[in-house]
Design a protein around this ligand. Sequence first.
Ligand SMILES: [Zn+2]
Length: 74
Amino acid sequence: MTIGGYFAVVVSVALLICGAAAFVNSRRQTRDYEKLARTSTFHCMRCDSVYTASSKVQSQACPKCGYKNSRLRF
Ligand SMILES: [Zn+2]
């Protein structure tokens, strides 16, 4: 095989790996987002911390100070 041909194969394989990595990464981000969408985000009015809980609950006590906060809506 010529050096040019070898180089073409290396570039093709590298592009293929990058494409596959990007595809896997985007799939993972979608899954992470879906997981996040099933939980509710809470912001503590008292100590300013942000925490999450199951999406079923409408209010959740802050894990740091115990203040009961209602869920954030986006
Ligand atoms: Zn708090």
